[in-house]
Design a protein around this ligand. Structure first.
Ligand SMILES: C[S@@+](CC[C@H](N)C(=O)[O-])C[C@H]1O[C@@H](n2cnc3c(N)ncnc32)[C@H](O)[C@@H]1O
Length: 299
């Protein structure tokens, strides 16, 4: 594999800050919402102490979300909805008999602990950078007593490692369909790294497999009034050492995906996310307009 640059390459040695922020959003929402749009009762145990306190303390949490980070509340919504959308599609696939779930860039995802009923029917492969994964594994052991029996931790660097080979070595069965998710990550990689990773997924996945991911929309597709928000978000993540590097139009994405063997199932822009998941809710603002969800199948 070539060595396309990633937004996190300079910070490989430590736990991904954006993974911690995403899990903190899920933790706060779970602790403070009466009817979570995405239920994650383990998230609070996965985040560092300070975020645990913020998530559990109603007043402090409100201050952090509504005052300190109020400009980023659309991202807060996106983090919750992408997880909800991905797991809704995953559960459909599982109900159709899919028995392998591959989480690319898993961060502090807790699916394996939340769904112990699937221990005998679904193998879960969590792929992440070794630094983030080491912290994650320690925390899973602390919270769960042990690593769930159906969970396999697979350390990888998408920039340099060959995903298909790494997965096969970890016990993935390329003859059986699988469900892949890749959330909160594509935009931190170069297009070369995204293409390379998706190409390797297409190589290793049996026909009938599916992948869900979120991607950042090209600037000209973002409504004028949301551009200041989009620019502020770019600066915020770049300052944390994880600059966003890639954007797509839905058409470009479809072209790229069909060239590597995927067929589009659906694309979900922000207004459709809102329509599906935010009806009659006042606790969440509209999702960030610069991210869409995509679901593709392997031909
Ligand atoms: C924003 S976090 C998202 C985590 C999780 N999917 C979520 O939605 O909460 C991005 C994740 O991608 C991983 N990641 C980014 N670039 C990577 C690379 N080149 N190789 C392996 N993992 C990478 C990070 O370690 C991190 O866990």
């Amino acid at each position: 594999m070539s060595s396309p640059q990633s937004g996190i390459s300079a910070r490989k040695h430590r736990t991904s800050k954006t993974a911690v922020l995403a899990a903190s959003v899920r933790a706060y929402h779970q602790q403070q919402s009466k009817s979570p749009v995405f239920a994650d009762d383990y998230a609070v145990d996965m985040v560092p102490f300070i975020w645990r306190v913020i998530a559990k303390n109603k007043l402090l949490g409100w201050f952090v979300v509504h005052k300190v980070f109020h400009l980023f509340r659309p991202v807060h919504t996106e983090v919750l909805l992408r997880a909800r959308y991905a797991e809704d599609r995953l559960m459909e696939a599982i109900s159709e008999g899919v028995g392998q779930y591959v989480i690319l860039g898993a961060g502090l995802d807790t699916f394996s602990m939340r769904h112990k009923e699937l221990a005998d029917s679904v193998r879960i492969f969590e792929l992440d950078h070794p630094a983030t994964q080491a912290t994650k594994e320690k925390q899973v052991r602390a919270v769960n007593g042990d690593v769930p029996s159906n969970l396999v931790f697979v350390p990888i660097d998408f920039e340099t490692d060959q995903l298909n080979e790494v997965l096969i070595r970890a016990g993935f069965d390329s003859q059986k369909p699988a469900f892949f998710s890749w959330l909160g990550t594509t935009y931190y990689l170069t297009k070369d790294a995204i293409r390379e990773t998706l190409g390797r997924v297409a190589d290793v996945a049996a026909p009938g497999s599916r992948i869900v991911f979120d991607y950042k929309l090209a600037r000209h597709l973002i409504p004028e009034e949301s551009l200041p928000f989009a620019d502020r978000l770019d600066r915020f993540v770049a300052r944390r050492g994880e600059p966003m590097l890639s954007v797509f139009t839905p058409e470009d994405l479809n072209d790229e995906m069909s060239q590597i063997g995927f067929v589009e199932i659906e694309t979900i822009p922000a207004e459709e996310q809102k329509r599906r998941y935010l009806k009659d809710r006042s606790d969440l603002v509209d999702p960030a307009p610069n991210f869409s969800f995509a679901l593709f199948g392997v031909q």
